[in-house]
Design a protein around this ligand. Structure first.
Ligand code: HEC
Ligand code: HEC
Length: 211
């Protein structure tokens, strides 16, 4: 794990903007800003700091992760999208591949105004799960992939720090029910499948408070 992480950091450092392939693709930040201010603004705010806890904060998220999600909301080859969400499915239908790349970079470059953790009792349980996992249930530490401070790790592991607890908890529940099935190797479906509702609420609350 430690060796893979070091390698990932090394690779990320050599291609700071985006993965190699993506770096060559065109990114139009002017157009992205227009789309953000015209469309995404309604739910995520123009700078990606959404005002509602059901809508994820996009600001400061890892660009490769955002780009992957946008693609995952699209239905391809007549199959249902691997991340099936009626609202976002409608949003991405009108976006080209270049738009999605550009929007991913645009939102990743906005500064996050993190949400706050509120429930002290949940925080303690969440912290243990985050740092140590749950050995008895075979749940690995979230920190192992999402980082000790929840900043995520390019290109695969999304940032969770400062994200709304409500959104994070919903995602864990949709991974658990396999409604969200876009995680490669089922990594999050297996982990979330072992978590109780209380553990989900606790770890979501803890991640919201991470900086
Ligand atoms: C009508 C409200 C609405 C609008 C407008 C909207 N979104 Fe969303 N977006 C959502 C909701 C709700 C989710 C959470 C979906 C889920 O639970 O899977 C979401 C999720 C996302 C995600 C996944 C984030 C993550 O952390 O995995 C991305 C990326 C995203 N939206 C980008 C955009 C972009 C870019 C636009 C503008 C083109 C946009 N959205 C417009 C409501 C909206
Ligand atoms: C082995 C690596 C690994 C571990 C350990 C791990 N995750 Fe993840 N997680 C991932 C990957 C990879 C994704 C991105 C899936 C995708 O492509 O959509 C992800 C995505 C997520 C998301 C969705 C984020 C969003 O913006 O929608 C949440 C929430 C999450 N993980 C929570 C957790 C929690 C809580 C734990 C600890 C109980 C944890 N993860 C442990 C690899 C991991």
């Amino acid at each position: 794990m430690i060796r893979t992480t070091a390698l990932a950091v090394l690779l990320a450092a050599s291609f700071p903007a985006f993965g190699t392939e993506q770096a060559r693709a065109k990114v139009d930040l002017v157009k992205a800003k227009e789309i953000a201010e015209g469309v995404c603004v309604a739910c995520h705010a123009a700078d990606g700091n959404s005002q509602t806890s059901a809508n994820p904060i996009l600001a400061g998220q890892i660009p490769d992760y955002l780009y992957k999600q946008l693609g995952n909301f699209k239905a391809t080859d007549g199959k249902p999208p691997v991340r099936n969400n009626a609202i976002m499915g409608g949003m991405v239908a009108a976006l080209s591949d270049e738009d999605m790349r550009s929007l991913a970079v645009y939102f990743s470059q906005q500064k996050i105004k993190p949400s706050l953790a509120k429930d002290e009792k949940l925080l303690a349980a969440g912290k243990t799960l985050w740092r140590m996992g749950d050995f008895a249930k075979g749940v690995p530490a979230c920190a192992g992939c999402h980082g000790p401070t929840g900043a995520g790790l390019p290109a695969q592991y999304p940032r969770l720090s400062g994200q709304y607890a409500e959104y994070t908890a919903t995602q864990l529940k949709t991974f658990r029910s396999h409604e969200r099935a876009n995680d490669s190797e089922k990594v999050m479906r297996v982990i979330a499948g072992k978590l109780s509702d209380h553990q989900i609420d606790a770890v979501a609350e803890y991640a919201a408070g991470l900086r």
